[in-house]
Design a protein around this ligand. Sequence first.
Ligand code: AMP
Ligand code: GLY
Length: 441
Amino acid sequence: MKALVLGGGGREHAIAWKIRQSWDCDKMFAMPGNPGTAQVGTNLSGDPNDFQAVKKAVLDNDVDIVVVGPEEPLVRGLRDRFEEDPQLKDVMFVGPGAAGAALEGSKQFAKEFMERHGIPTAAFRSFTSEQVDKAEAFLGTLKAPYVLKADGLAAGKGVLICENLDQAREEVRQMLGGKFGKASSTVVIEEFLSGIEVSMFILTDGKSYLMLPEAKDYKRIGDGDTGLNTGGMGAVSPVPFVDEEFKDKVRNRIIEPTLKGLAEEGIPYKGFIFLGLMNCSGNPYVIEYNVRMGDPETEAVMTRIDSDLLSHLCACAKGTLDKETIEISEDAALTVVCVSGGYPGSYQKGKPISGDPILFSNSYSGPVKVFHSGTAEPQEGNLVTSGGRVLAVTSNTPAAGSVEETVEEGRSLAYSHIDRIAFEGKYYRKDIGLDIIRYCK
Ligand code: AMP
Ligand code: GLY
């Protein structure tokens, strides 16, 4: 079978790496991919948002299954274009159509969907650019901190948490005034939830689903969760408070009502759903839905799946997921992301990356896997930085002894490998997993 993964970050490297392990995978392609995906397959140039380019790649290479990494092609309707095209009707496709992708593409749609189906989430109201005064008045009825969200996709920057009312009023005026362009022409204002966040993932064909391993993401740039928000500086899986009782609550209160709600509203859904959850005193609340896997969570999660991902993905596309069983290893995975100096602000690209080449290669058999996020290889063997997030270094540690010992071992493996990699401006958080150790003590 020939598979095509769309996207070119660490998430796509991890998905491609896992698919490639399947006995049924004859060929693997990534568009545009990166030097990491090039080790497990063939990179094809082209933009995943460009339907004609994706179609050509599929037809030229006899691709059987397309797996979409990022949300944007889905929100723009890539699946719908596939379904309308007679030449592509037999190609399996993992990722929802535009109607389902609105769960991520429109915060207002997602909040109203949860309200309609009784899914626990923060109380909210939404406002358009004609309602600035009403939005400001509503803020006056809430307690700090204030959570403001641009309705549409805003490259991960559309959520603002303001500590005081004046700042929140100013922000809502700016957002509704076009701070994020069309994405913030509607703004959702919601209640602040305090608790611990966790990312949970399902693969669904709209009727059945497989629950993937959960992960905890580390969003801010600085140790101790300080400084600017980033796309994610690390991840740990499993998360100790996600026990069977918590999972049951997530299944009963969130996953099943979500799938039932989609079906009732006539929205077919075949793909991943990423539940960004807040654990508020043992009860899960949905902070956000994403219609893709998380990054860097995927770089941890994929290493814990023991069963055949390609088989699960094909079953998802064919609507036969009820026949699949996922096997998850007991190992702990811990991912630390090495970023370019200056990220998430401006940073330089093209810095040579040095280190033992075996570390960056698919044939490295150590307990650590280096996933490529923002790297390029202008000449063979010359790896350079090409993005903010450069490499995601994942360790896998067998669960022996206490959770604290396992995570400690995972940290020492990941960090000792990071010490063997160098590039100018290399930065990473030193505290990935420490909160888990504290939590378990
Ligand atoms: P989102 O893009 O909706 O995931 O929001 C980005 C981040 O903002 C989340 O990962 C949370 O850390 C935080 N956040 C969003 N909504 C809330 C909320 N209602 N209460 C507390 N924190 C929130
Ligand atoms: N790591 C969070 C995300 O992928 O949205």
